[in-house]
Each structure stands twice: as structure tokens, then as C-alpha cells.
Design a protein around this ligand. Structure first.
Ligand code: PCD
Ligand SMILES: [Cu+]
Length: 804
């Protein structure tokens, strides 16, 4: 029978869920036809650039722009004084703090925006910056967050210490908040009464997402029509529109925000930066479009950094290795302003996922946010919500506990994993893990690398080293991580009061093709490819015939944007739900055309078929045409749907990573011999895209663990503000990755999918770092701070007395 014969062919044509479809956006990108912010060129467009502070902490005595204004081609120089009448010299941050747009009386970090020079082009602006004379009086600099909490030096003179901040009482003038979760007393009791306790300070250093394309925007105020158009590198265009409206007083419908192609975001492009505000003001003042694009140093020194978490941990267990409690206190260095992009109720993001993949009966977390003279942000870097810090913390604590117990770290994990039959699992810190099967993933991973064989080889290597036969050691870096992505249920996740739902709107055209628009925005993830696949499987139209659009607030439905691996869990779900609405209406149309009852039809790939009569059917193409031509009496013509999806829960992807590393004891150099990454992100939409995501995320993890860092000297000078000093791995440093998967669907997501984009970074960093630690375990190493660059690794060996 024909309809059975061609099923496979029809599924193939659909290019739906599970298909390793090639990325449709790549034709454009590989041929230089991408359209990035800097490609936006408007008639009469001006260029704005910042005078930035060379000091980390200084009072501004005066700013003299006379010489700059005399330079031909310079149009204006804006300072805080110019913004004051508009009340725009400070702006609210996403974390409930406020931030100077332009230095108001003093500067608080090196690279801070002091004045905005507007000129006819970028080069004139650069020359003019040099001509702006700023008289600074330097102040004592605080770069150490622990010192910040004891010093008399007041960083934020604008804040009244006696008054609570956005997240409760402040105990010191440089303190931002104390955020706590879990049962402190019960945790302390459990730990004190346990047979074995391991204690360690785990530091996750300050680093930076450093996307290929820096941040920037073009603001164009059309005074005749009262419309403001803003192109920019925004990971959340609708939120930017709302913020721009609230700040400027321009009605939201008069603002159009467009995120064109974005050259990598990695969380760096979530926040709102002074450059956006200044470009808008400058366009309003001059009546001309104004572009602002950071250079690399601006980007590294002034836009959102990541991490900088000092995590003091205590973990306890029975002699047999069953974990009994986990206690963590974090000193979180937020820099000069608290500009984290966490959901409002979570000033430390989702850090309390730090019980990880383990069934820990009691736990407590306390996070103290602290101001220092460093750049603000703390927003992200392939994990917006502090999940990377949490995973690194627990995966280090497990290793340290294994040392304390004199036990194999793989076995210790296995003993403590949450079992498959415990899901949905309620963690001691309040999360409900949706689904997982950790033991299966773990066993698969250990078998894939021949774990026992590796341990044997390692032991032999240690002996050979002791006999003086080799100078390299072998490290086996283990990690089993649990991610939490898909913020999130509107009931507990919002940003500036806007619930974190997401959206999809779809229109089926008469000839059976479709356009779908979503509230998210791809920065390279491949949404144009993958969202089409979700829809294809739902509505039976080939993904090749579905155009995906994102990023234009004039056309896309309101959404909260792309970060925190939320696009798949939230907007992906909205796409599926919108697709189902389409299908429901299509079913009525098909029933009408076939003259049967709705209930007599069943869905089959790309058509509705009369039950028991396989040759009586209507394909989606036929139905689409009919929707515009033979509307059912009493039913609206057309075939469109929109879904705003509020997820009932987050999704909890997980994975098992193993890194095998050779370390040269005399030079500190490392070589990654093998990297095995098993990811479980539930239902897989596009295996090829997933693999690309994992490769990218692992390479960023390699960078962070092995060399990348935003470092300051005692005067608050940023020592790593260029790519000469800031490590970006190239093909030379990047190892071969072996990817693998298990597939445990999310029970609450319409198609069972979980996010995956962040996972490789969440799991990768501890895997690389644990490999370094593990290589030296036999010689007594417990904890050593990242990044494990050659010098630091050499220093470990040296301090352990391995250099003779
Ligand atoms: N299951 C599944 C899942 C997923 N997927 C795919 O994959 C991707 C991803 O997804 P997700 O996970 O959902 O995510 P999204 O939301 O989309 O995105 C986000 C992410 O993403 C990642 N990745 C990437 N890539 C690229 N290329 N670029 C970029 O920039 C980036 N970024 C990064 C980050 S950082 Mo944050 O922002 O920090 O929070 S977060 C993040 C897409 O495409 C999708 O569709 C599939 O297929 N399947
Ligand atoms: Cu995250």
C-alpha cells in the first residue's frame, strides 16, 4: 500500500525533530552576508565613543572638553552634567541596584565611562577622546572582596548603609546583600555529627565571555514621527525596548528594537550598558543616527565579566562515603555596581543548584555580595545564573571528599547519585529536578573511556615517575553535572517585573509554507534551523518551508530573550504549543473537506487521514490552501496561532564528562589526550547543532579552566584587557572531543526537550580542572585555584617538591 511505503520519505522531507539538518543560516554567514550592527550604516550617521577612566577609584575634580570640541568633526561631548536634567546620569540595573551612565563625581573602576564624544566618524571620535581633559584625584583602591567588607573606604557614596538594599539589609558600606537558602542549623548539626568532613575554599576566578563581536548599537531618533529605532547586540530585544521606554519616557510603541545578526553573545549581551543610553541621548540631541561600537579593550575591561566567586565549602559523609550534609558560604565580588542579570528574586542566580547530581539530605548556602573597584556585571558566560560556579564547587568538593575518604572519586559519585526512581527529585535547597538517569550515563561514560584501565595506567605512571623514568603525570578529570535551565516559571522568575515566559507566533501561508516569529534571538545557536524543525514535526510542513524570524520588536511577539539556555525549554515549548493550535484548526478544516467528524481523523506526519480509510486524507498543503479559500462556514479564514508559554518548571539537563590529561611536571604544560562528553538534554532537536554547541562550550571551558582570566593589580589596573593577555584558544590548543548522549525527556516540556547550550561549560570547567588536580593527587594536592596556566601548574609541582 502506497501510503505506508512513502512514510519514511515523508518523514525525511519534513526535516523535523531529530534530524541533523544543516544550519540554514550558514550560507549567509560563510559568504560574508551576515548583517551585524556594525553593518548598519545610515545617512548622516555619527559615531560615539567613551572617555574612560584610567583609575580604578578616583574623584573627578573637573572635565574640560574645550579642546575636543574644537577638533573639526566633533559634534558634542556629553558628561554626567548633561544627562542630569534628563535624569539619565544613573540607570537602574537588572539586579535592583543602580549604575552610573557617565561618571558622576567619581569613578569606581578602570575603564568606567566618563564622557561620551560624538563625532562624524570613529577616528575623529578617537582623537577627540585624547583631547578631553579630566582632572582626577585618586582614592584608595579596593580589589579584594574580603578587604572590602572590613575597610573604612566607602565605595558607593550614593548608598545609605543603614537602609536595606534591593535584597535586604546591608551589614557594611561595601556589602550588597546576604542571600541564604536551606536549613543552616540542621546542616551544621549534620556536618558536626558526621564521621568524615572535608573543608575547602574553592575559587572560581573572574573571567569574561569575550564574544567575537563586541557590544554596540545604532540609535536613530526620527523626531518628525516621534519614533526611535535601536539596532543593537541585544540578547533580549524586548526587554531593552521596555527599559528604553521606562528610561526615556518615549512610549513603547514608538520604540523599535532590532537585534540583527549577532556575532556571539555568551551572556555578554544581556545587560544594558551606558553606551546604549548615550547613543540614544546623542541621537535625540543631534537629531542624527548615532552608532556606538566597543573596541576589544572596552569590551574586556568594562562590559559584564563572569564569576569571581569565593566558595567556602564543608561537606560531610559516613565512612562508607554516603554524603550527609553540604554547607557553602560565598563571597561574591560584584565589582562597582550590582549589574547581574539574574531573575529578580535570585541575587545569586540559581547557585543553590550546588547540591549537583547528588542526593544530599541537608544543605545550606549563604552568599554575600560585595562591592569592589572592578567592572560591574557578573552576568554570565555560557551560564547566566551561576550554575557554572555551583557545578564547579560541588564537583571540587566531591574530589576533596574522595581524598579525605581515600576513595575513588567515580565510586563516591555513584554512591551518592540521585537514583532514576527518585525523580521528580526535591533537592535540599528547594529545586524540583524534573528527570534524570545519572547511573546509566555515568556507567556509559566510564565504560567508554575504559576508566579502570586509565586508573591502572595512572598508578603505573606515578610509580615510573617516582623511579625517575618519566617527568609527565596523568590526570583523570571526572565530572557529573546537573544543569538547571529554562527560566522560568513566571511565578518565581521575572526580570524587572516581567515574567519569564516566551512566545511564538506562526502564520501558515496559502501555498503551505510558513513564517514563525519568536521572542528569543539567536547569537549563533542556530535557531533559524532548529525552531523550524520543532514546528515541522508539529504541523507537517517541511522545515525548509518555514522561515524563522527573531529579534525585531515590531514583528516578533514579546519574549524575554536568549540566555540561560532558555530558548529550547521556553520558546521551543511555545513553538510546539503554537504548532498544536495550528493543527487543531487544520483538523477542523480537514474534517470539513473530507466530510467526516473531527474525531474520525488521525494525524499522520504531514496530513490528516480518515481512520480506517488510509486513502482518504488531506495534506497540510491542501489544508493551508483551503484555510484561505474554502473557510468553514462560521469559522474564521486563515491559519495562524500564537502561544505565550509559561513553563511549569525548569528543565534539568545533565552530563558525564571525562578529561584525560598529560602534565609535564617541569614546564607545567598540559596535553589533553582524550575528552569524552556525554550530554543528556532530553529530546534532541538537531544532533549536529547539539554537537556544535558542545564543542563550542567545551572550548570555552578549556579557556576558562586553563588560562583565561580577568586579573587586576593592587591599584585596580586590569592586566588582561587585550587579546595579548587574555587567553582565547585557537585550533592549536583545542583538543579533539568525543561526544555522546543519553536521552531522558523532560516530563513537562511539550516535546521533552531540555536546553544544552550552557551544559558543556557547566560540566567542562570542572572536568578540565579536576584533571589537573587529579594528576597531582598522589602527591598530596587538594586544591589549587584556576586558571591552570602553565605557570600555575608548574608552581603546583614546585610546591609539592616535585622539582627535586
Ligand atoms: N534538546 C535540544 C536542546 C537544544 N538544541 C539546540 O541547541 C541550541 C541551543 O539551545 P539552548 O540550550 O536552548 O540555548 P539557547 O537559549 O538557544 O542559547 C543560549 C545559550 O547558547 C550558548 N551557545 C552559543 N552558541 C553560539 N554559537 N553563540 C553564542 O553566543 C552562544 N551562547 C551560549 C550561551 S551563553 Mo548565556 O547568554 O551566558 O546565559 S546561555 C547560552 C539551539 O539551537 C537548540 O535548538 C537542540 O537541538 N536540542
Ligand atoms: Cu545558566
Amino acid at each position: 500500500m502506497k501510503d505506508f511505503d512513502d512514510r519514511e520519505e515523508r518523514v525525511g522531507k519534513l526535516k523535523g525533530l531529530g534530524c541533523a539538518r544543516k544550519r540554514v543560516e550558514d550560507a549567509r554567514f560563510t559568504q560574508g552576508k551576515g548583517n551585524y550592527v556594525d553593518d548598519v550604516k545610515l545617512p548622516g550617521m555619527l559615531f560615539g565613543d567613551f572617555v574612560r577612566s584610567p583609575y580604578a577609584h578616583a574623584r573627578i575634580k573637573s572635565i574640560d572638553a574645550t579642546a575636543a570640541l574644537e577638533l573639526p568633526g566633533v559634534i558634542a561631548v556629553l558628561t554626567a552634567e548633561d544627562l542630569k536634567p534628563l535624569n539619565l546620569h544613573w540607570m537602574p540595573t537588572l539586579a535592583g541596584d543602580k549604575q552610573m551612565v557617565l561618571a558622576d563625581g567619581k569613578v569606581l573602576f578602570q575603564g568606567q565611562e566618563v564622557a561620551f564624544v560624538v563625532a562624524e566618524d570613529r577616528y575623529i571620535a578617537a582623537d577627540a577622546i585624547e583631547l578631553v581633559e579630566v582632572d582626577y584625584e585618586d582614592l584608595p583602591v579596593i580589589v579584594d572582596p574580603f578587604e572590602a567588607l572590613t575597610t573604612d573606604v566607602v565605595l558607593r557614596e550614593d548608598l545609605d548603609t543603614s537602609e536595606p538594599g534591593a535584597h535586604g539589609p546591608r551589614k557594611h558600606h561595601n556589602h550588597i546583600f546576604l542571600w541564604e537558602e536551606g536549613d543552616k542549623t540542621a546542616t551544621e548539626q549534620a556536618i558536626e555529627s558526621s564521621e568524615v568532613v572535608a573543608e575547602e575554599m574553592v575559587y572560581y576566578h573572574r573571567t569574561h565571555p569575550c564574544p567575537l563581536e563586541t557590544c554596540g548599537c545604532v540609535a536613530s531618533m526620527d523626531k518628525v514621527n516621534g519614533k526611535l529605532t535601536l539596532w543593537g547586540t541585544f540578547q533580549a530585544p524586548h526587554v531593552v525596548r521596555t527599559v528604553a521606554s521606562l528610561l526615556s519616557g518615549i512610549a513603547e510603541h514608538d520604540i523599535r528594537v532590532i537585534s540583527p545578526d549577532i556575532g556571539g553573545g555568551f551572556g555578554n549581551k544581556v545587560g544594558v550598558y551606558p553606551g546604549y543610553v548615550c547613543a540614544i541621548v546623542a541621537s535625540i540631541v543631534t537629531g542624527k543616527p548615532v552608532k556606538w561600537i566597543e573596541d576589544r579593550m572596552d569590551n574586556l575591561m568594562a562590559t559584564a565579566f563572569a564569576r569571581d566567586y569565593w566558595m567556602k565549602g564543608r561537606i560531610s559523609a559516613t565512612k562508607e562515603g554516603k554524603i550527609t550534609g553540604l554547607h557553602c558560604h560565598v563571597t561574591a565580588d560584584h565589582g562597582a555596581f550590582d549589574a547581574c542579570a539574574d531573575p529578580t528574586k535570585f541575587p545569586a542566580g540559581f547557585f543553590h543548584i550546588c547540591t549537583g547530581s547528588y542526593d544530599i539530605p541537608v544543605a545550606y548556602v549563604g552568599v554575600d555580595g560585595v562591592y569592589t573597584n572592578k567592572a560591574p556585571g557578573g552576568v554570565a558566560y555560557r551560564c547566566s545564573f551561576r550554575v557554572t560556579e555551583a557545578a564547579y564547587f560541588i564537583e571540587r568538593m566531591i574530589e576533596v571528599l574522595a581524598i579525605e575518604l581515600n576513595m575513588d572519586a567515580a565510586e563516591l559519585r555513584r554512591i551518592n547519585f540521585i537514583r532514576a526512581d527518585q525523580f521528580p527529585y526535591h533537592s535540599a535547597l528547594g529545586w524540583e529536578y524534573d528527570s534524570g538517569d545519572y547511573h546509566t550515563a555515568w556507567d556509559k561514560a566510564l565504560a567508554a573511556v575504559d576508566y579502570e584501565g586509565l586508573r591502572k595506567e595512572q598508578a603505573e605512571r606515578v610509580e615510573a615517575f617516582k623511579r625517575g623514568e618519566t617527568r609527565t603525570l596523568l590526570g583523570i578529570g571526572l565530572t557529573h553535572f546537573t544543569e538547571i535551565v529554562g527560566a522560568g516559571p513566571v511565578k518565581n522568575c521575572d526580570i524587572l517585573g516581567m515574567g519569564m515566559f516566551d512566545s511564538c507566533e506562526i502564520r501558515i501561508h496559502p501555498t503551505g509554507s510558513a513564517t514563525a516569529r519568536l521572542g528569543t534571538i539567536s547569537q549563533g545557536q542556530g535557531h533559524a534551523t532548529t525552531f523550524g524543525q520543532i514546528l515541522a514535526s508539529e504541523i507537517g510542513i517541511s522545515s525548509d518551508n518555514i522561515t524563522i524570524e527573531e529579534g525585531d520588536t515590531d514583528t516578533a511577539p514579546y519574549g524575554l530573550g536568549t540566555y540561560g539556555s532558555r530558548s529550547t525549554p521556553v520558546a521551543g515549548a511555545a513553538a510546539a504549543m503554537a504548532g498544536r493550535k495550528i493543527r487543531a484548526k487544520a483538523q477542523m478544516i480537514a474534517a470539513y473537506l473530507l466530510e467526516v467528524h473531527d474525531g474520525d481523523l488521525e494525524w499522520d506526519i504531514d496530513r490528516f487521514v480518515v481512520k480506517g480509510a488510509p486513502d482518504r486524507f488531506k495534506t497540510m498543503t491542501e489544508i493551508a490552501y483551503a484555510a484561505y479559500n474554502q473557510a468553514i462556514p462560521g469559522l474564521e479564514p486563515g491559519l495562524e496561532a500564537v502561544s505565550y508559554y509559561d513553563p511549569p518548571n525548569m528543565t534539568y539537563p545533565f552530563g558525564a564528562y571525562i578529561c584525560v590529561m598529560e602534565i609535564d611536571v617541569d614546564t607545567g604544560e598540559h596535553k589533553i589526550r582524550q575528552f569524552y562528553a556525554l550530554d543528556d538534554c532530553g529530546t534532541r532537536i538537531n544532533p549536529m547543532v547539539i554537537e556544535g554547541q558542545v564543542h563550542g562550550g567545551l572550548t570555552e571551558a578549556l579557556a576558562i579552566a586553563m588560562g583565561q582570566e580577568i586579573a587586576y593589580d593592587d591599584l585596580g589596573n586590569c592586566k588582561t584587557g587585550t587579546l595579548m593577555d587574555f587567553f582565547l584558544p585557537t585550533a592549536v590548543e583545542t583538543p579533539h572531543y568525543t561526544t555522546d548522549h543519553t536521552e531522558t525527556p523532560s516530563p513537562h516540556h511539550p516535546i521533552g526537550a531540555k536546553g544544552v547550550g550552557e551544559s558543556p561549560n557547566v560540566g567542562g570547567v570542572p572536568a578540565f580542572s579536576n584533571a589537573v588536580h587529579d594528576a597531582f593527587r598522589a602527591f598530596g594536592l587538594r586544591q589549587s585555584h584556576m586558571p591552570h596556566d602553565h605557570w600555575r601548574v608548574w608552581k603546583i609541582a614546585h610546591d609539592l617538591g616535585l622539582h627535586g
